[in-house]
Design a protein around this ligand. Structure first.
Ligand code: COA
Length: 176
């Protein structure tokens, strides 16, 4: 899920990515799901400020996912983490409020890596575990919103300017 935070008119200040539940142990599907969601939000419905996620320090699987696999960067500015705590946790259960958490930000610098994760998946054509079991996952919705393969390829090279990405051809070249 992607949650718009502090919405004002048609704008929102931050986007919090959370509640990404994948239940296919061993298929590394979480990084594909989060990369697809985060890139979609950045492309179609970007916040005025940050795309973030909040992780408890003992949540090793999520730390591994966001920090190590996706390369999201910790938010270290105390004023910013205070703001995120206040805005993002406004409506959560009182019992969950006030816990020490770590915030990670999807900076522009990590967009290329996430694009590459999606390209790698497209090249493989299916989720695969070590035993060789394959599960197809349809990422065609990205194409539908304009995050086409040519644009993902450009993004993966480090071009994050949307106008330059828009100039990449919309459709994929036909298969030979
Ligand atoms: C838990 C979760 C990350 C598992 O993802 P997955 O892709 O199905 O996991 P896999 O079993 O394929 O393992 C992927 C990697 O995570 C590692 N991992 C899985 N569970 C782990 C755990 N409990 N602790 C540490 N590492 C773990 C695996 O060892 C593997 O590492 P590798 O890539 O270096 O080989 C997934 O359910 C998830 O979506 N979590 C995030 C939820 C979220 O977004 N919450 C909001 C922020 S807290």
């Amino acid at each position: 899920m992607a949650y718009p935070v502090a919405s004002r008119n048609k704008h929102h200040l931050h986007t919090e990515i959370g509640t990404t539940l994948t239940r296919l142990a061993g298929f590394k599907s979480a990084q594909i799901a989060v990369a697809a969601i985060a890139l979609k939000e950045w492309w179609r419905n970007p916040p005025d400020d940050m795309i973030v996620t909040e992780i408890l320090p003992a949540n090793n699987s999520s730390l591994h996912l966001y920090r190590d696999a996706l390369g999201w960067e910790p938010v270290t500015n105390p004023a910013k983490t205070k703001e995120l705590h206040r805005l993002c946790n406004e409506y959560i259960d009182p019992a969950d409020k006030g816990r020490a958490t770590i915030w990670f930000c999807c900076n522009k610098s990590v967009l290329p890596k996430m694009a590459q994760i999606l390209l790698d998946y497209q090249d493989k054509g299916a989720l695969k575990n070590k035993a060789g079991t394959a599960i197809p996952l349809d990422l065609g919705a990205l194409d539908t919103i304009g995050l086409t393969r040519p644009r993902l390829e450009k993004l993966a090279t480090g071009i994050t300017d949307k106008n330059r990405l828009l100039s990449a051809s919309i459709s994929q070249p036909p298969h030979p």
